[in-house]
Design a protein around this ligand. Sequence first.
Ligand code: GLC
Length: 577
Amino acid sequence: MTDTTGADRWPADVDRAWWREAVVYQIYPWSFNDSDGDGVGDLAGILERLDHLEYLGVDVVWLNPVYESPQVDNGYDISNYRAIHEQFGTMADWERLLAALHERDMRLVMDLAVNHTSDEHEWFQASRRAPDGEYGDYYIWHPGRETVDAVDSPGPPDRAPPNNWESHFGGSAWAFDDERGEYYLHLYHDRQPDLNWANPAVRTEIGDLMEWWLEKGIDGFRLDVINLISKPATLPDGDPSADWVGSEHFVDGPHALAYLQELDDRVLSRYDAMTVGELPEVSIQQARAYTGPDGPLDMAFSFDHVQLDFGEEGRWTVGDWTLPELKAVISGWQTGLGDGWSALFFENHDQPRVVSRFGDDEQFRRESATLIGTLLLSLRGTPFVYQGQPLGMTNPPFESLDALQDVDTIRNVRMLMDERGIEDYAEVRELVEHRTRDNARTPMQWDATPNAGFTDGDPWMPVNPDHHEVNAADARARPNSVLSYYRRLIELRHETPALVYGEYELLLPAHESVFAYRRTLEDDRLLVVLNFDDGYTSVDVPGADPTATLLLANYDDVATPAGPLDLRPYEARVYRL
Ligand code: GLC
């Protein structure tokens, strides 16, 4: 059904780059494939499964952190940037993986968390021991505010934390270190102290370690929470009613852009590497400054579209989302980013499964998973596909708090239960199952065997019970599976420059269930029509007439358009006009 006439439509006057034309596949090493039976995924396990990636046709692998780490936050607490975490294997395994990917024409992007390190990193150990030593100023230390009675203070009774900033994982963003006798800042876990980027020596270290990995032959970095690296020196209090108290000061702080520019000038610009920044709470305008022609990053992850289902009191409440809102947010970014560039995603290791969130994970799992895939792969930007997403993997049940591994959920939900005097898990279960990052972290579902082919041992997280039906072996064998459809979508993307570079234009903005838009590049005009609903809809879409050619659809038997389009539940179509 795929029309390949777009193959030679690469226009002369677009700013082509391999990373704009790529489709990225994200691997969460903890849960991808375990080769040695310890229940945790590893590098050798990834190596065994490269056929899956090649089948899909992806171009780049983003590997979540595999560096040496105490794993308090599953690898985002790095204790040695130049070593591999033992459970994942050795540096030799990593080198084998890089070589195998390159051999198959796939590139490798490493995940770098440099807003903070682990408290076990030697820099932090030295910093807490010797305030006047070489590393004394590598972190954000403060004696605290003098007070007569700091009741809730995490430190001594006469010293309150320097300000009211909160950790993303709940509670104060300050911890008191007895050894040094001062507070240090941690925007995440108290075992993830924030580096002091205001210190030029810190910036030099980070540039050096990036260069070290680039010299090993990697193809880029995903930069963790990289717009949080600059904190105002005066450490002002934040608005106490904010969802993340202090964020107006540390998101896109005073020198964030300049620090990244410096890294780009010194290191990144010397390599043909891609950089994708994770930018929590970023505005369209700021994202454009980071990723436009003069910006230090190639592309940005933004989060507005995955916050639509937050409740009135933020992330730890559940709210409703509507399609007109989703369309408005996505369209705002598509058109507003101008000469900047988006990293497109619906899933990652921090998000629930998209089919459970924006689709229907029961009756219309296949249809809604493929519809969302169509949206992801037909927008302007670089699409990122998370492991299991092309299988239509769903959120699993979490029977109790003990079933959770994610520090973020465990801490925040415990605090919420304490604050509200809730003792029974049943009262927060819906919220947990809706929101927890563990939704995305259950083992990859390779086949229908008891541990889904992920491990021969005891998996570190239970396998989703739906793996009997939802698994790669089965999907590979069925031409109408979610996986087969993703493969065709990726193929279409690769041969259709208008899907990568074309202008985006929203149609029918107020329609309650249909998401329709045009992508136009010179004289190539594509139309995407998505029925985001479990019912049937008949809709007039400009351009959908008998001259339109169907390029791809997630249903068979699509009639030639004549008059209104009759769309079935979660039906997705891509036309060339
Ligand atoms: C990013 C990561 C997340 C991690 C946090 C702190 O948001 O994606 O998994 O917990 O940064 O490093």
